[in-house]
Design a protein around this ligand. Structure first.
Ligand SMILES: [Zn+2]
Ligand SMILES: [Zn+2]
Length: 253
């Protein structure tokens, strides 16, 4: 049974204009709730209310390793695009710490289950994403079993999104549970995030933890269960900047 997670790996700041807090404010909440790591994953540049690509490129230079004592992973929630492409260019992907990818209205809309599945499989296979964000979203039907199996094969994580089950994506609960059960079946790595758009929601992971426990996913599959698991996952996905956090932690000892 999972009781607590030390990382929130999906959050938004003012850089997504439909979110309302700064990274400084978000880390204050993260610290209050005992988190060690917060991933800042604003929406990719394809969405009209997203920041310019420069925002992402500059984040690794401009934001310190830790803010308010919390390690800040500089990431992006990229958009799936037709053909399995994303709006995170390869060089930006490599320079960041963690890249989620999801379907979003405004980037593309599709009710075609086979086409949606194909897009996600291609993106996983191309090595251009680390985490499939909110796969249980019923607005984008897909073959969850094929996706979870493919993610396991390519070392990509599947997200259990705490906001989906809490009402952000109506009708997603059964798909989130199905996704979690499939992750257990195929030993697929799991990432958990609040998908917070306001500071008070940072670290609100309860819904995701309940789903994980109902599905019986073992602790070792969940990257949010320890600092080293989170950082090892990000580093091995091909993000050399993550080494800076290991150095930071060494200096703390
Ligand atoms: Zn999203
Ligand atoms: Zn999000």
């Amino acid at each position: 049974m999972i009781e607590k997670l030390i990382a929130d790996l999906h959050s938004h700041t003012l850089a997504s204009t439909h979110a309302y807090s700064t990274i400084y404010e978000n880390t204050l909440t993260a610290r209050e709730k005992g988190l060690k790591i917060l991933a800042m994953t604003d929406h990719g540049p394809q969405l009209a209310d997203s920041a310019d690509i420069l925002h992402f490129k500059n984040s690794v230079k401009a934001i310190p390793d830790t803010v308010n004592g919390v390690i800040v992973l500089k990431g992006m929630e990229a958009n799936f695009l037709p053909g399995g492409k994303t709006d995170c260019p390869p060089r930006v992907y490599r320079s960041l710490d963690l890249v989620l990818c999801g379907f979003h209205r405004g980037a593309m809309e599709s009710q075609d289950r086979d086409a949606n599945t194909d897009i996600v499989l291609k993106a996983i296979q191309s090595g251009s994403i680390d985490v499939v964000a909110h796969p249980g979203d019923p607005n984008y039907p897909k073959d969850l079993e094929a996706i979870v199996r493919c993610a396991a094969e390519y070392g990509v994580a599947i997200e259990i999104n705490a906001a989906s089950g809490a009402g952000s994506r109506v009708g997603s609960n059964e798909f989130c549970l199905e996704t979690a059960r499939l992750c257990k079946k195929y030993h697929t790595t799991v990432s958990v995030g609040s998908d917070s758009h306001f500071m008070s929601n940072i670290g609100n992971l309860r819904h995701a933890i309940d789903i994980i426990n109902e599905a019986g996913i073992p602790e070792e599959l969940i990257i949010n269960t320890s600092v080293s698991r989170t950082l090892d996952f990000a580093l091995h996905r091909g993000h050399p900047h993550v080494e800076t956090y290991f150095r930071y932690l060494e200096n703390q000892l």
